[in-house]
Structures are given as C-alpha cells and as structure tokens.
Design a binder for this molecule. Structure first.
Ligand code: NAD
Length: 246
C-alpha cells in the first residue's frame, strides 16, 4: 500500500493522534529553519541572539533582531498547507493536540485549537519584574525610542515569552507534552530535525509506549530508524495528501 494511504488509514484507526512539529513546518510560510538548507543560524549566531546570558547582558541584540527581522517576518507570514492540514485532521476529531517547538503562532492561526508551545511564543512579551504581558504589536513601536523596551507600569525590563538557549522548559508545559506522548496511539512528527532535547524525546517516548511513529521531514533524523513510517519530503506537499486520504 502507498505510504500516504497507510499513514491516513492508521490515523483513521487511531483514537488519540498527536502531531509534533518543528521549524520545518513553517519553512514553506517563509520562516527560515535553524538547521538544514537556508538555516537561520548561518546568519545569526544563537549564542548572541538566542541565549539567555547574552540577553541579560545586552538585550539590544535580541531587540534589534526582533525589530528588523522577527517582527516584520511574523507580520507577513501566513499558515501554509501543512499547518492547515493539521487543523483539518483536528476537525476530523482524532488529532487531539499539536505539540510544537515553534514560536511563531502559525498553528493557532491555521485553526488548531489545542497547541502546546514547548518553546513559548514570540508573539507575547512580558515584564521580568511585574509579569505584565504585552502583544508584539504593543512593543514594536516602543523600540523606536526605547532599547531595551521597558514596562509601562513598573519600568521593569521586557522579554519575549520564549525559551532562550540556556533556559529550561517550563515544567508544566513539558509535563503536559509528555502526558500527550504517553496517551497517544499515533504520533506524526513533522518538520523537525529531532535533535533539540528534551523536545525531541517526545516522539521517542510515544513510540516506546506503543504508539505508531511517522516522521515527515526533508532531511533524515536520528529517530528515523525507530519510526514506522519515514518520508523525506516537504510537509506542505505531503500533509494535504494525507488529509485527502482520510
Ligand atoms: P530545525 O531547524 O533543527 O530543523 C528543521 C528541519 O525541518 C530540518 O531537518 C529540515 O530538513 C526540515 N525541513 C525544512 N523544510 C521543510 C519542509 N518544507 N517540510 C518538511 N521538513 C522541512 O528545527 P527544530 O527541529 O524545530 O528545532 C530547532 C529549534 O528552532 C526549535 O527549538 C524551534 O523552537 C526553533 N525555531 C522555530 C522557528 C519557528 O517558530 N518557525 C523557526 C526556527 C527555529
């Protein structure tokens, strides 16, 4: 049987499907991945732009990156066929949750209602002193006159609600993702190099607890040999085909 038909049939026959996504699912929306062809880390050193120590020492690198690259990109991008396909599978009721490593909010924009954001979101910014939250649209204009931007309530420093390198994931969020891994009977990993831990432990954990594991990723991953299905191709091409075969 064709591998797409086999995956669709397994999804149909599963009670609790979980999708696990990474930067690759947003690549076709125009957001560069970190690794792989055209990766962001070739241009921006993560030790300066995405590291907590560097952010605390000199937040201007992050905020300049946010002003010049991240914000304009997020204002422009739209969910692609792969995000929309996962929202469609959720409507069919057997996809329960999307666990994502992405910080771009595109799953929610595509219509997925249950999304666990392991690494947080760039769309929310909060005060490190009083926890007051701001949208990115509120903070962007502040950057014209204030770098780093400060809380309008208490003048505390603001930070994005993302997990920087050097920080631990929020334990409640990680626990809820592990619970999904434990409860699912089919895990569909899409667009992740599966090398960033502990996030990448989730697909393996699901497999070890008896779930069927399918990996859709352009490049090979370290979990390919453990998976039931592997397709090395573009998510925006394959996921709509899976939906058509449900
Ligand atoms: P990664 O950059 O390590 O790997 C991305 C993978 O996607 C690569 O293996 C590549 O082969 C694959 N890929 C590229 N285009 C694809 C496509 N069209 N279809 C299918 N696969 C495709 O990403 P990761 O595994 O998510 O881990 C890196 C970290 O980067 C994560 O922590 C994530 O938070 C962060 N990140 C997020 C975004 C975002 O929010 N969109 C963007 C870049 C990085």
């Amino acid at each position: 049987m064709d591998i797409i038909k086999a995956i669709a049939s397994d999804i149909n026959n599963s009670k609790h499907v979980v999708a696990f996504t990474g930067a690759g699912i947003s690549a076709e929306s125009g957001i560069p991945t970190y690794r792989g062809e055209g990766g962001l880390w070739g241009k921006y050193d993560p030790n300066i732009y995405a590291n907590i120590d560097s952010f605390l020492q000199d937040p201007s690198y992050y905020w300049n990156f946010f002003r010049e690259i991240r914000y304009p990109m997020l204002k422009k991008v739209k969910p692609n066929k792969a995000h929309l396909a996962l929202a469609e599978i959720e409507k069919a009721e057997n996809l329960k949750t999307v666990i994502t490593q992405n910080i771009d909010g595109l799953h929610q924009e595509a219509g997925s209602s249950s999304v666990i954001e392991l690494h947080g979101t760039t769309r929310i910014i909060y005060c490190m002193n009083c926890s007051q939250e701001y949208s990115m649209d509120e903070v962007f204009p502040m950057l014209e006159t204030q770098l780093p931007p400060l809380c309008s309530k208490c003048k505390g420093r603001l930070r994005p609600d993302v997990i920087f390198f050097g920080e631990s994931l929020k334990s409640q969020i990680l626990l809820s993702a592990f619970k999904e891994a434990d409860n699912c009977d089919f895990l569909l990993a899409v667009g992740s190099s599966l090398v960033v831990h502990p996030a990448a432990d989730i697909p393996l954990r699901a497999k070890q607890r008896g779930a069927t594991l399918a990996i859709i990723n352009k490049d090979r991953t370290p979990l390919d040999s453990s998976a039931d299905y592997v397709i090395n191709d573009e998510a925006g091409k394959l996921l709509p085909q899976i939906v058509q075969n449900l």
